[in-house]
Write a protein that binds this ligand. Sequence first.
Ligand code: ASP
Length: 341
Amino acid sequence: MDETAILLIYTGGTIGMISDEKSGALVPFNFDNINNHIPELTRFKYKIGFHSFDPILDSSNIHIETWIELGQIIKSNYDNYDGFVIMHGSDTMAYTASALSFILENLNKPVVFTGSQLPLGVLRTDGRENLLTAIEIAAANDEDTPMVPEVSIYFENHLMRGNRTTKYNAENFNAFVSGNLPLLAEVGVYIKYNKNIILKPNFKKLKVHDNFDPNVAILKLYPGIKKQLIDSLFKTEGLRGVIMESFGSGNAPSEKWFIDILKNASKSGIIILNVTQCMTGAVEHGKYETSIKLETAGVVSGGDITTESALAKMMYLLGSGHTNTKIVNLLQKSLRGEISC
Ligand code: ASP
């Protein structure tokens, strides 16, 4: 390939909105006319290809099928493009970016997610800079090797590993946080890449997974949580995995009824992964007495993984056909840089 080629994939979200000429209401723009909305795109020296979802989706309507579809789009265009930019609503972007990191095994090219808090059709939009810089990052290379050959999120000057990211602000342009991993790049006048952190390419053949098991639940603990509620969650038909969001460094109630429910569930084959409700820091079983009992009940420590990433990883591993013993083992290992080991 001579000319750098980037594929822009548009799934929907705020970024793609403009004001309707008649009603003034925000409506999605026709992606075929994207160059009219962002004329700067024509100034790149790269070849830019476009792929739009139809219908386009608010990210609250993005499901496992959409993650799989994104994987297939990248698979069928992988040899023709040097990098991929995915325009996606910010609300569930951290989930999709996490899922895609597991779907794309041996990824050796950049996949950069971006979006915006204000639509492109609004004068003060953050979408223009986000999109243009995301393209620049997807195209960047260092001695013919892509600079960021992994799934990332670019938002308001920060490039973050996708599966380390959480949306934490519904208003600020700076909407995402990567609480347990430094930025992959910081953008100002220069794009400063943090090369020590960015994953290295392994030059193996891309393998695209397409089987995620949806039989997973997230259980957020809170003071006063009722036995009946936890009981009925674990009795859900077909349930295979639970991401348990506990307190601080992985602490949970130590009452017998609670531990018994967890013990029986894990004995019956349900995998329980303990993650922290905090934005930063990790689960450390055994640090406090209140987490020692979890270990004996068969609960697995999720370390410093985010809830979004834990959910995607659990669905991915349960869909992979591995035994529970292997899944428990892999949950504690870094597969795509999602957890510090
Ligand atoms: N509701 C929108 C979405 O996630 C918000 C956004 O794009 O930022 O699709």
